[in-house]
Design a protein around this ligand. Structure first.
Ligand SMILES: *Cc1c(COP(=O)(O)O)cnc(C)c1O
Length: 375
């Protein structure tokens, strides 16, 4: 039997063991320590961000970003239906409601429809925007950068300004992606940017996430809330309800070793992507005006589920696109607006192996099997 080619597995060939061992030997393994501080500083430097707060997960980061955007009971938040469910659930944690939006051909939020919705389906009351149908206030937009592509952020920020909405960039899949004209990184355009370092993201800390924000106070507030809102550590004084969302030193150690390799990982992923194309696959393109991080590669096929099955039998792991969130049970009764494109992609899209450690012969085998299936 031929070697198993997984969809996406991490690559630990640099300082990972060294840094993690340092934590263990120093006994600093929990929610404070120098690795956390160094990780935050390095990430902020990489992103040209003033400050970054390291957290337990991308989900926790999104929860705090929504909270700090003052999203609360019955407020409404625009969010793409084509995303991972963790990019939506925190809206519900705050007893707010999502309004699901369509995607465009780069799989990210369709800004024409976002603008159309805000223009036609909403109305002002004083200087706040309300949904005409539900009478609830619209508070924020979650812009999710799918698979390493990017929402047109300058345009979205102009829309958000016009309608007085907060913007949270879900950059969990786009760490390292930046625009070519300004060199500005995904996650640093919005009021908030969130990142994830889960096992299959471009870099991993085992589990982990981060939050950055336009206002430094917001990042500091997130750090405070993530650590049980501790005002005095000696006398256990807490003046707010906090969370246990802080990243641990061990996670940060692993994350730091990975962050040192981010650009190397992106270069390798770009190479593999180009090899797939050179060997004859047609993959969805990454936007021309960005340096993408090439996180996940997308193939479109009319026989998606048969192809997935066929490749599984050939020891090649692939993955269909997520089920659209507005069709899932917890969101069956939620609002959605003119979802069309996302439904087309949902039926046809298959992600193919894209690990950093992929070999050229792996790429060749994947392409050969896909071509054999289609012939
Ligand atoms: C991975 C991911 C998240 C959640 O990140 P975790 O660190 O797993 O909590 C959120 N949104 C999107 C789009 C993701 O891909």
């Amino acid at each position: 039997m031929s070697k198993y080619i997984p969809l996406s597995v991490p690559s630990f060939n640099a300082n990972e063991k060294k840094y993690v061992l340092e934590c263990v030997e120093s006994t600093w393994v929990s929610t404070s320590g120098s690795m956390i501080e160094t990780f935050e500083k390095s990430l902020a430097e990489k992103l040209n961000a003033e400050d970054v707060c390291a957290l337990q997960s991308g989900t926790a980061a999104l929860h705090l970003a929504l909270l700090l955007s003052e999203v609360g009971m019955n407020d409404e938040v625009l969010v793409p239906t084509l995303t991972f469910i963790a990019g939506v659930n925190p809206i519900k944690y705050l007893h707010a409601e999502p309004i699901f939006m369509d995607c465009t051909d780069n799989l990210c939020l369709d800004l024409d429809k976002v603008e159309e919705f805000l223009e036609n389906e909403c109305q002002w009351k004083e200087d706040r925007l309300f949904n005409k149908k539900t009478k609830n206030q619209i508070k924020a937009i979650i812009a999710t950068h799918i698979f390493g592509n990017m929402v047109d952020m300058p345009r979205l920020m102009a829309i958000a300004k016009k309608f007085k909405l907060k913007v949270i960039e879900d950059s969990t899949e786009a760490l390292g992606t930046y625009t070519l004209d300004s060199g500005q990184y995904a996650g640093t355009f919005g009021d908030f940017g969130i990142y994830s370092f889960n096992g299959n993201k471009i870099i991993t800390s085992g589990g982990g996430g981060a939050l950055t924000a336009k206002k430094r106070e917001d990042v500091q507030k997130a750090r405070y809330l993530s650590n049980q809102a501790k005002d005095n550590a000696v006398y256990f004084i807490h003046n707010e309800i906090g969370y246990n969302y802080r990243m641990t030193n061990i996670q940060a150690a692993l994350g730091l070793a990975q962050l040192e390799q981010l650009d190397d990982f992106i270069n390798k992923k770009k190479q593999h992507y180009q090899q797939y194309i050179e060997k004859g696959l047609i993959l969805l393109p990454f936007d021309k005006n960005i340096r993408a991080n090439y996180w996940f590669y997308s193939l479109l096929t009319d026989n998606r589920d048969e192809l997935l099955q066929y490749l599984e039998e050939k020891n090649i792991q692939t993955r269909p696109l997520w089920k659209l969130i507005h069709t899932l049970k917890p969101y069956e009764n939620s609002l959605s607006y003119k979802i069309e494109q996302a439904s087309v992609y949902e039926k046809k899209l298959l992600n193919i192996p894209c690990s950093v450690g992929l070999k050229e012969e792996d790429v060749e085998r994947v392409v050969a099997e896909i071509q054999a299936f289609h012939n």
